[in-house]
Design a protein around this ligand. Structure first.
Ligand code: FBP
Length: 345
């Protein structure tokens, strides 16, 4: 499918790009286009704070502990409310869910309920904010399953295969929005001088030759034998392969983005650190699934070490999952090590 590519000097805003994509779908109503544009607007509002975080009384913590057991950062709270408030009155959504909120986020009864469902991690990597390390907002969009009226928990517990769109906004040296609607992965850079996301990275594909591996090696002793041997393989320790270079920011969106552009694998395996969370730290619905959809659209793959992340049927809003994501051959290699050395179902 031919996507719009910027000729030299041509300005392609995210709105124009989404409209062009919509033209490939005569049945489209434009609601998804408007919803993606609302999310882009939320990204701009959040970027206006992250880019001035040190100046804006927005650094530091709130007194709150969220459903994940983490201290809520002020910017986390701001990002959560921004995503919710910019989308609760548009009539495009039946229900929302946020990594920061235990239950689903209903559409206020004074507003009409729409046909889409929005899930989001308002500020991924938030523990890095005070250190001026890139953070991100991750979003995923589904069609509602329930017929009409207020959306339900079941509308939010859909497998990744049912996604209609997913993406992230990375607040780094520049602010970028990367998204897919199942027709390739496209990157936009926010031009602060015009306040618009402009197409800068059309049709992103993960390079075949990987450069990096990204993992918190500090947790090695808590890993299974399969994962430890896989990590040795990536470092060329078992003499089988040339060592990859290690890069780990500790912000999933930033680590994923680098590997999307340069090739590589990010993994956060299950570990035995805390028996209460045996499946690793990352959330299936808010983090793993949307990035898995992007990875697959960019020629890569995402797995929990055994299953394709997009085929996992969610059972609760905040369930966690091991995640291996990036170049397909590197992720399949992880699956082989785990199959060979770990008793897996
Ligand atoms: P949240 O900030 O959304 O809770 O994300 C979790 C996260 O910060 C990821 O972005 C990152 O990959 C991971 O945790 C880092 O975890 P650790 O410090 O254990 O390596």
């Amino acid at each position: 499918m031919k996507t719009i590519e910027p000729e030299s000097g041509q300005i392609i805003t995210i709105e124009r790009h989404i409209l062009e994509e919509q033209r490939h779908h005569p049945e489209a109503t434009g609601v998804l286009t408007q919803l993606l544009y609302d999310i882009a607007l939320a990204g701009k509002v959040i970027a206006s704070k992250t880019s001035r975080a040190g100046l804006a009384e927005i650094l530091g913590r709130t007194e709150e502990i969220n459903i994940q057991g983490e201290v809520v950062q002020k910017l986390d709270r701001f990002a959560h409310l921004t995503m919710y408030r910019l989308n609760d009155h548009t009539g495009r959504l039946a229900v929302m869910a946020s990594e920061e909120n235990e239950d689903v986020l209903p559409i206020p009864s004074e507003y009409p309920a729409g046909k889409y469902v929005l899930l989001f991690d308002p500020l991924d990597g938030s523990s890095n904010i005070d250190f001026n390390i890139p953070v991100g907002t991750i979003f995923s969009v589904y069609l509602r399953l329930s017929e009409f009226g207020p959306g339900t928990l079941q509308d939010c517990l859909q497998p990744g295969r049912s996604l209609v769109a997913a993406g992230y906004i990375l607040y780094g040296s520049s602010t970028m929005l990367v998204y897919t609607t199942g027709e390739g992965v496209h990157g936009f850079t926010l031009d602060p001088s015009v306040g618009e996301f402009l197409l800068s990275h059309p049709y992103l594909k993960i390079p075949d030759k990987p450069a990096y591996f990204s993992v918190n090696l500090g947790y090695r002793k808590y890993w299974s034998e399969g994962v430890r041997r896989y990590s040795d393989y990536l470092q060329g320790r078992d003499g089988q392969a040339k060592a990859l270079s290690l890069r780990y920011v500790g912000s999933l969106v930033a680590d994923f983005h680098r590997n999307l552009l340069a090739g590589g694998v990010f993994y956060y395996p299950a570990d035995s650190q805390d028996p209460k969370i045996p499946y690793g730290k990352l959330r299936l619905l808010y983090e793993a699934v949307p990035l898995a959809f992007l990875a697959e659209q960019a020629g890569g793959y995402a797995s929990d070490g055994v299953h394709n992340i997009l085929d996992i049927a969610p059972v609760n809003l905040h369930q966690r999952t091991p995640l291996f994501i990036g170049n397909r051959d590197l992720v399949e290699c992880a699956e082989r090590f785990i199959a060979d050395y770990d008793a897996v179902e």
